[in-house]
Design a protein around this ligand. Structure first.
Ligand SMILES: *Cc1c(COP(=O)(O)O)cnc(C)c1O
Length: 368
């Protein structure tokens, strides 16, 4: 076995698609249309059908998608947005970009997704304009309960599906519950472009129309900027064409990620390590994240053994230096301990069983 290069080896992922992708580039050059064209429109139609939503709109990346979702939902400077602090900071960046205020909600220890009771308390304690719920590591949050709360309180709901393309519960896919949902097609995501890309999904025609205007200078007609908050965030034709090649493979890739998840669950045995809960159809195995109280020691061991690993994510949003303490949070005990304990092991669709066994052996051999 050759050494594993990364927790997610993108070369091994994309290389088998070389004939299809080369054809995309040839056709793209021959067509001579580069931004928001026929490929984007076709991808939007196919991706909406895949997600089970009425509309999908391509944008430049997943963080822009979050910002545009907030703007589309009518969130304004000074408004309060409920979200988690353990999901990489993307939601906070979007909230910060429009001058809104993040209200951090703790996560539950089982899934590390938004805790419904904590959300309920946050909604009671102050006026909240919108909720961003992240389906972290590929596992759907308790989206039914969260949608019910949002509906009862008249609060807009945005699903961040950047790690959960295709996650399915009771026949509904990630991105089909919220008023709006956001996706990233960053190369490491379950559906990844060969560069940056993102999308919004929604069901209401007026919401789709507004988001479409906001992504292109607030235009209601060419060169007529009307909608406040309009900006430029578009998906490239070539990325849309590549995403169209890849979308038909997504379910197979997700199934393989789940199989890797199950295999780790069978092979990993260590008294100092907590494994993630098993994964069903509502989890697309984006990241295999274990928890360990002596993470530094485990990480040093894995580094010595040349086992690729990473930490998603080490710093909760309210402690990021760039926010300079402005986004102080109430005590978030589960979030804080998770940030100190999580460690991500390799998981990508082309990973072999032998490689999963090799990683597992090295983890099991760690002497705490
Ligand atoms: C990757 C990611 C994003 C941001 O996507 P970009 O395309 O990198 O801007 C947002 N939310 C989550 C949960 C992500 O994992």
């Amino acid at each position: 076995m050759k050494p594993l290069k990364a927790i997610n080896d993108l070369f091994r992922h994309n290389e088998p698609l070389e004939p299809e992708i080369s054809k995309v580039f040839q056709d793209f050059l021959a067509r001579g249309w580069y931004v928001l064209g026929a490929e984007v429109t076709a991808f939007e139609r196919e991706f909406a059908a895949y997600c089970g939503t009425e509309y999908a709109l391509g944008v430049a990346n997943g963080t822009d998608a979050l910002e545009l979702a907030l703007r589309t939902a009518g969130v304004e400077a000074g408004d309060r947005v409920a979200l988690v602090a353990n999901a990489g900071g993307y939601g906070t960046f979007a909230v910060n970009a429009i001058g809104a205020v993040p209200v951090y909600v703790d996560v539950d220890a089982f899934s590390l997704n938004m805790d419904v009771l904590a959300l309920e308390r946050a909604l009671q304690a102050s006026s909240i304009s919108a909720i961003i719920v992240t389906h972290l590591y590929g596992r759907l949050a308790n989206i039914e309960e969260i949608s019910r709360l949002a509906r009862d309180k008249g609060v807009k709901l945005i699903e961040d599906c950047a790690q959960a393309h295709g996650a399915l519960r009771d026949g509904k896919k990630a991105g089909s519950w919220g008023d709006l949902a956001t996706f990233s097609f960053y190369p490491t995501k379950n559906l990844g472009a060969l560069g940056d890309g993102g999308a919004l999904t929604m069901n209401a025609p007026d919401v789709a129309e507004r988001a479409k205007q906001l992504r292109q200078y607030g235009w209601t007609q060419k060169y007529r900027s009307t909608v406040i908050g309009g900006r430029n965030s578009r998906l490239d034709e070539v990325q849309a064409a590549i995403l169209r090649v890849k979308l038909p493979y997504l379910d197979r890739w997700n199934a393989r990620r789940r199989a890797i998840f199950d295999l780790y669950g069978k092979l990993l045995r260590h008294p100092q390590i907590t494994l993630p809960a098993p994964c069903g159809p509502d989890h697309v195995g984006h990241l295999y994240v274990i928890r360990c109280g002596q993470r530094d020691s485990l990480s040093a061991h894995l580094r010595t053994m040349q086992v690729p690993h990473d930490i998603h994510f080490p710093v909760p949003d309210h402690r990021q230096e760039m926010f300079n303490g402005r986004f102080a949070a109430d005590i978030l005990p589960v979030t804080e301990s998770a940030c100190n304990e999580v460690l991500t092991l390799p998981c990508f669709p082309e990973m072999t069983d032998e490689e999963v066994e090799w990683v597992s052996q090295h983890v099991n051999q760690w002497e705490a």
